[in-house]
Design a protein around this ligand. Structure first.
Ligand SMILES: O=c1ccn([C@@H]2O[C@H](COP(=O)(O)OP(=O)(O)O[C@H]3O[C@@H](CO)[C@H](O)[C@H]3O)[C@@H](O)[C@H]2O)c(=O)[nH]1
Ligand SMILES: [Mn+2]
Length: 358
């Protein structure tokens, strides 16, 4: 049996970003998997509240006062009283990879009863290529025990660099409020042992609760928008980031994977509160999706920042008439890039090796 090379730990190349409004006792369960890593905790809500972090973890914590101090007026692009604040953690990180997880997500077990090291699986996903140009029916061909099936073009078997690894959830599924309301008792008990590349030209609903990405490849696109306090919408932070990220990945020839790893999502947030946050998004998205499906980025947009700034122009031009919110969001997208480049001057215009796809 060919020996399987161990997954690199990447402990000095990856930060774990956690948005939170509560003490982080959940880390106890993750300790065996997370302890070697540096945590970036983004404390939302009242900055005078103390967030307790279990001993033994290496972390930096930012509350709203810190965000305002560091970004000054640009802090206006970081949401308040919404998990969207987590993207501040992506911006201040100096590492190549990010894993972000919610504080009500715990270690899940696979069908054999083995505890799932979600972080290790995300690292495997990010370090192996994606196949956005041609679908492999045996799922991820780079996984142990799988390969490309007959008829898969050899010219495409090298794949492309993976920018995003989107994990899933056992127990409480990430349903929208209407679905939560009609199916309050539904739990996800299906462990599907598969990882798939989301094909080029296809959007997907990116959930932020169990997500990893290559910050150097796609970080500037991972802006979680204007949500929460003072905003007409919530719970579309990760969706917005996912749609922007996917059209930019398609343009730059980068891959997005979804599937393993699973986490155990323990708490259903209040469906009535969620409905209030989501309802505008539920009808706006019927216009947002055709917009993202029709986005064409110029060939000379060869960096994520250039793509993102071009996208913000198109958001203003085409979505500003849907609601004035999108004019504000388009401006906030520009502020986000300005803040990102201010905090990350070294890679301010890093051209993506693959460059735009024809
Ligand atoms: O005002 C807030 C509320 C919560 N948080 C932190 O964000 C995550 C998610 O919170 P929670 O688990 O309560 O909410 P869910 O509905 O399960 O989250 C899912 O919906 C998405 C909302 O955009 C989210 O990305 C999904 O995971 C927790 O860590 C809270 O502590 C916050 O920072 N501010
Ligand atoms: Mn949750």
């Amino acid at each position: 049996m060919a020996s399987v090379s161990p997954t690199p730990v990447l402990k000095d190349e990856l930060d774990i970003v956690i948005p939170t409004i509560r003490n982080l006792d959940f880390l106890e369960m993750w300790r065996p998997f997370f302890q070697p890593y540096h945590l970036i905790i983004v404390q939302d809500g009242d900055p005078s509240k103390t967030i307790k972090v279990p001993d033994g973890f290496d972390y930096e914590l930012y509350n709203r006062n810190d965000i305002n101090r560091i970004l000054g007026p640009k802090a206006s692009c970081i949401s308040f009283k919404d998990s969207a604040c987590r993207c501040f953690g992506y911006m201040v990180s100096k590492k190549k990879y990010i894993f972000t997880i919610d504080d009500d997500c715990f270690v899940a077990k696979d069908p054999s009863g083995k505890e799932i090291n979600a972080l290790e699986q995300h690292i495997k996903n990010l370090l192996s290529p994606s196949t956005p140009f041609f679908f492999n029916t045996l799922y991820d061909p780079y996984q142990e025990g799988a390969d490309f099936v007959r008829g898969y073009p050899f010219s495409l078997r090298e794949g492309v660099p993976t920018a995003v690894s989107h994990g899933l959830w056992l127990n409480i599924p990430d349903y929208d409020a209407p679905t939560q309301l009609v199916k309050p008792l539904e739990r996800n008990t299906r462990y599907v042992d598969a990882i798939m590349t989301v094909p080029k030209g296809t959007l997907f609903p990116m959930c932020g609760m169990n997500l990893a990405f290559n910050r150097e490849l796609i970080g500037p696109a991972m802006y979680f928008g204007l949500m929460g306090d003072g905003q007409p919408i919530g719970r579309y932070d990760d969706m917005w980031a996912g749609w922007c990220t996917k059209v930019i990945c398609d343009h730059l020839g980068l891959g997005v994977k979804t599937g393993l790893p699973y986490i155990w999502h323990s708490k259903a947030s209040n469906p009535f509160v969620n409905l209030k946050k989501e309802y505008k998004g539920i009808y706006w998205q019927e216009e947002l999706i055709p917009f993202f499906q029709s986005v064409a980025l110029p060939k000379d947009c060869a960096t994520v920042q250039k793509c993102y700034l071009e996208l913000s122009k198109q958001v203003k031009a085409k979505l500003g008439k849907v609601d004035d919110y999108f004019n504000k969001l388009a401006d906030a997208m520009v502020t986000w890039i300005e803040a990102w480049d201010e905090l990350n001057p070294s890679n301010a215009s890093a051209e993506v090796a693959n460059g735009p796809k024809k």
